[in-house]
Design a protein around this ligand. Structure first.
Ligand SMILES: [Zn+2]
Ligand SMILES: [Zn+2]
Length: 329
């Protein structure tokens, strides 16, 4: 039999969950216990599906040949988890890697998007600037202004010429600098991210950012340190896996035929793409599906909440894929 891996991401998001009376998790007592962190992306649903699927397969081992591997992945948010786990060998020898997400573009109950395309590539990086403090009126010429350098970097990055080959994104999400009103700012910090429709397009954006950091640092006489904190390759679900998901969805009593979408572009990043790419490059098959659910509020919103019936559809599709790939019956 084959080695079939399922990947479920398990981390929360840096969001404080709502305490409004109309927020069901608060009303019914299953709101996050931890201030500032909650499952506002639905990964708690993914954990649930993974455990249910593992239980169902374990209960029926005589039905199967081959091997199953369950990858419960940390730190998907910020695309920090897959790179390390892949390096540790979790996708080694995998013939089929299956995974997905509840919600996103799949916004109807009993619906599914089988083959997700164009998972964006991304790089997350921090820039730390070291300038020199000086009296702002008495001797500004002796300072090296890290605040102005940081500000110019942020504007220049957002002004990078776009690439004709496809979609790119840039965001400087945090800028901190300075120590006092009458002091030339000796320090600066920027939290940045680039994205691209392909790995190559993301690399183009990242290289331009590095040029800006280097060039602007020279102008202001500051030194810099760049730390890459996360990232993932881009990727597409392949035909074989898309077909596998579609066949499973058509057979599932929890999904309606007229709500099956064969392919759709994701337009966001998911570090599943890093696993997917490594499996596909090694000759295996992999694809990413989206399981339909209605949402009380969007992903990463303080009032995020999904319809738990959607988990049944997800587990059923994965189980049908398991039988299709490794079932004896
Ligand atoms: Zn998320
Ligand atoms: Zn997510």
């Amino acid at each position: 039999g084959k080695t079939v891996a399922f990947r479920f991401d398990i981390d929360g998001v840096d969001v404080t969950e709502s305490t409004d009376a109309d927020h069901r998790p608060f009303k019914e007592g299953f709101r996050s216990d931890i201030s500032g962190i909650t499952h506002a992306c639905g990964h708690d649903g993914h954990i649930t599906m993974g455990l249910a699927l593992a239980k169902l397969i374990a209960q029926s081992l005589d039905d199967f040949s081959g091997k199953f591997r369950f990858i419960f992945q940390t730190a998907e948010e910020g695309t920090r988890g897959a790179v390390g786990m892949e390096a540790a060998g979790v996708t080694k020898g995998v013939d089929y890697l299956l995974g997905g997400h509840i919600g996103f573009q799949a916004t109807t109950m009993r619906g599914i998007i089988c083959g997700t395309k164009k998972l964006l590539a991304t790089t997350k990086f921090d820039v730390n600037l070291q300038g020199k403090s000086a009296h702002a009126a008495g001797a500004p010429q002796n300072g090296a202004n890290a605040l102005l350098a940081a500000a110019e970097m942020a504007l220049d990055m957002h002004g990078i010429t776009r690439h004709a080959d496809g979609v790119t994104r840039i965001n400087v999400g945090v800028l901190r600098a300075g120590e006092g009103r009458n002091v030339i700012a000796p320090n600066g910090y920027l939290a940045c991210e680039t994205r691209g429709e392909s790995t190559e397009l993301n690399e183009f954006m990242k290289a331009k950012c590095m040029d800006i950091v280097e060039g602007v640092s020279k102008i202001y006489g500051v030194s810099y340190d760049v730390q890459v904190t996360g990232g993932t390759a881009g990727g597409d679900s392949d035909e074989a896996t898309t077909q596998l998901y579609e066949d499973a969805a058509k057979a599932s009593p929890f999904i309606d035929d007229d709500k099956i979408v064969r392919e759709l572009n994701f337009g966001a990043c998911e570090d599943f793409a890093h696993f997917m790419r490594s499996v596909q490059d090694a000759g295996g098959k992999s694809g990413y599906l989206m399981i339909g659910t209605t949402l009380a509020a969007g992903h990463h919103n303080a009032k995020f909440d999904f319809d738990e019936d959607s988990l049944l559809a997800g587990v059923d599709v994965y189980l049908r894929c398991a039988y299709k790939l490794n079932g004896k019956i």
